[in-house]
Design a protein around this ligand. Structure first.
Ligand code: NAD
Length: 236
């Protein structure tokens, strides 16, 4: 099945790779991001009406939700506004997208597929990332609930849980850790590569290929799953 695909967060490392991978696989792909440009639709996922408008405009057969934001700090120093911002983008925005795309996919009657970017940090908690881990764990609950609900409509809903991927987000995390710990960014980057049993940082395309494949017929029997794409991050 290759039809119309929507990518939310399409300006980021993984989202941009998803857009390209959808196009390579013959999908008609439309991207949206807070920072529009390069033909992307401007969209703030924290605005449910805007998300609904985008869903109705695209009338997609497939959605990848790759919008996200991160905060790394000790829980005792986490400002409520930081907590709210992380949850608003990573979890509330995903819920708005699930609702809006469920409405258009159900109305279209063609079935469909949705993939949400969770994280290895949503499967196993990590220090200094309470808001991020909570948002990504919550996303897995959202995916399982929506997947169960949409089975009768032949709409499959899955999560992908990447390990460390070379994107602007991970570069920002590495810079933050380096500043906080007085280490070089290269040293921090090398440490990130060796998380769990992983010995490298993934390329965005490695994650995108799984997201796009999950939307296709090869995975017609898979729904409600959380698929790690982590080069061994969750293994020890
Ligand atoms: N890079 C990694 O190592 C990694 C690991 C695990 C999970 N993830 C997850 O994968 C997803 C993509 O991450 P990435 O690494 O490509 O990050 P990224 O920072 O490169 O891209 C995230 C995109 O989300 C967009 N965005 C942020 N707030 C938004 C809003 N309010 N409305 C619309 N768009 C908004 C940003 O503009 C950006 O283009 C995120 O959910 C992230 O948490 C990334």
């Amino acid at each position: 099945m290759a039809g119309r695909a929507a990518v939310i967060g399409a300006g980021g490392g993984i989202g941009r790779a998803c857009l390209a991978t959808f196009a390579d696989a013959g999908w008609e792909a439309t991207g949206a991001d807070l920072h529009a440009g390069d033909g992307l639709h401007p969209l703030d996922v924290t605005d449910p009406e805007a998300v609904d408008g985008f869903a109705r405009q695209v009338d997609a057969d497939a959605l990848v939700y790759a919008a996200g934001t991160v905060a790394t700090m000790p829980v005792a120093e986490t400002d409520p506004a930081v907590w709210r911002r992380v949850l608003a983008v990573n979890l509330d925005g995903a819920a708005h997208a699930a609702a809006a795309f469920a409405r258009t996919m159900i109305a279209g009657g063609r079935g469909g597929a949705m993939v949400f970017l969770s994280s290895a940090a949503g499967v196993r908690g990590e220090a200094n990332a309470s808001a991020y881990c909570a948002s990504k764990a919550g996303l897995i609950g959202l995916v399982e609930s929506v997947a169960a609900e949409l089975v009768p409509h032949r709409i499959r809903v899955n999560a992908v849980a990447p390990g460390n991927v070379d994107t602007p987000m991970l570069r920002e995390v590495a810079r933050g850790i380096a500043r906080a710990e007085g280490r070089s960014e290269a040293e921090v980057w090398a440490g990130l590569a060796r998380t769990g049993a992983a010995d490298r940082i993934l390329a965005p395309g490695e994650v995108a290929r799984v997201c796009v494949a999950l939307c296709g017929d090869a995975f017609s029997g898979v729904t409600g799953a959380t698929v790690p794409v982590d080069a061994g991050y969750l293994l020890s």
